[in-house]
Ligand binder design. Structure first.
Ligand SMILES: NC(=O)c1ccc[n+]([C@@H]2O[C@H](COP(=O)([O-])OP(=O)(O)OC[C@H]3O[C@@H](n4cnc5c(N)ncnc54)[C@H](O)[C@@H]3O)[C@@H](O)[C@H]2O)c1
Length: 384
């Protein structure tokens, strides 16, 4: 019989100390997992280790991978490093939690899927939005048929941190982030979340991609994610080759239709994901700006709202919430709950694997490639 270890005996190492790396560290610590090692280029790893009180710091990720002090590797570097680092981590016998999107294209993601299968290690992609309690509740409602047959899904993912022509980040460059930007960076969160709720993947797409800032100003020197422009900065002009915003029509494997709006130039929307599911019995909708409340729409009776962790909310998020109603669980908690689910699987513990697998990450990149093709051909394209 397979033995079950405690998740507290597992040791984590994190590669990348920018915006999201420290979010991983914090979530792991809230679960009681020890973060033993951290890595970033030049002296950034050592600085983060001092700031976050992590015992081992590395400037070369390959040194972190050979450390016996690391069981699980978290990859929180820009997208172009994900494939190389994932394959190396699996070769080193580590379990992996890789940030989204899984890699730059499906050639890379297919290699990760094959390597995961061969390595017999747990590989997770950090589609953390799955772990908002409302998303887990919606998934259960759909599974139980409470909404009826799903007719269509509507929604968006809107941000404004790349609103100005002087806003800069590596994601704007295809060689760093991939050929798609807004769609790959945030659109895949929405598509993964909705596929997860419906239990049905995306089969075909019709996409319209657009770039508002045809040229942008790049600050000379590196800039951290979400950093604001500074009057003293010097800039160089460059041509933008990636999408600022997009509209995508979707067909899901269960017959449902969807329409998704994505934008990183939507003033006032800081980080807003909105999902509306219209079923043959009733509809349900949720927005991350108001994460604790699920709304239900009825044709004849009054519409209803359910507060998280109350009976009306349902039991879909049972075991993946820690706070009573009225004590908001939000973005950082989704990381904690995702990691709880992943580390429980690594430890051989019980329960359904709800986290996104390497194959799920591969599927999202395949949808991105279909979206790119559809935009170029101006027609519906099947997801291969
Ligand atoms: N799940 C989410 O909600 C979420 C949110 C933000 C970012 N992300 C993903 O996380 C990843 C990182 O994004 P970010 O916003 O934190 O970027 P960032 O630029 O803020 O941080 C990236 C860090 O990686 C480091 N790095 C670059 N090359 C490296 C190398 N060879 N070895 C070690 N470190 C290296 C950089 O120096 C930097 O500190 C991206 O894939 C992004 O899509 C996910």
């Amino acid at each position: 019989m397979k033995s079950i270890q405690s998740i507290h005996s597992l040791k984590a190492g994190v590669i990348g100390t920018g915006f999201i790396g420290p979010v991983h560290v914090e979530a792991l610590r809230r679960l009681g997992v020890t973060v033993t090692a951290i890595c970033d280029v030049a002296d950034l790893g050592a600085k983060a280790a001092a700031r976050l009180a992590i015992p081992h710091a590395f400037a070369d990720y390959r040194d972190l991978l050979t450390s016996p002090e690391v069981d699980v590797v978290h990859i929180t570097t820009p997208n172009r490093f994900h494939c190389e680092m994932s394959l190396a981590a699996l070769r080193a016998g580590k379990h992996v939690v890789c940030e989204k999107p899984l890699a730059m294209n499906t050639r890379e993601t297919a290699r990760i899927v094959a390597a995961t299968r061969a390595a017999k290690r747990v590989f997770a992609v950090n589609y953390n939005v799955r772990f908002y309690p409302a998303v887990l509740a919606l998934r259960r409602l759909v599974e139980h048929g409470d909404l009826g047959d799903i007719i269509h899904v509507n929604g968006s993912y809107m941000q404004d941190w790349l609103f100005k022509g002087t806003d800069y980040n590596w994601r704007l460059l295809p060689k760093e982030g991939g050929k798609l930007r807004a769609v790959a960076d945030i659109g895949t969160h929405w598509m993964d979340t909705v596929s997860f709720i419906l239990g049905a993947g995306i089969q075909s797409v019709l996409a319209d991609l657009a770039t508002w800032h045809k040229t942008r100003q790049r600050p000379l020197g590196e800039v951290q994610t979400f950093a604001k422009a500074d009057a003293k900065m010097k800039y160089a002009t460059y041509r933008v080759q990636t999408d600022d915003f997009a509209s995508v029509l979707l067909r899901f494997a269960n017959g449902a239709r969807g329409n998704l709006g994505v934008s990183q130039v939507a003033a006032g929307r800081k980080n807003c994901i909105r999902i509306e599911i219209y079923g043959s019995k009733k509809s349900a909708w949720w927005c991350s700006e108001e994460p604790e409340t699920l709304h239900f729409g009825n044709r004849d009776g009054a519409n209803e709202s359910a507060v998280r962790a109350t009976p009306a909310f349902g039991d879909g998020a049972a075991g993946l919430m820690d706070y009573p109603p009225g004590h908001v669980e939000g973005f950082p908690d989704t990381f904690k709950m995702n990691f709880r689910n992943i580390y429980t699987a690594i430890a051989g513990g019980p329960g359904e694997r709800l986290f996104a697998s390497a194959n799920d990450g591969h599927q999202e990149v395949a949808v991105c490639e279909a979206i790119l093709k559809s935009n170029q051909a101006r027609k519906w394209v099947s997801v291969l």
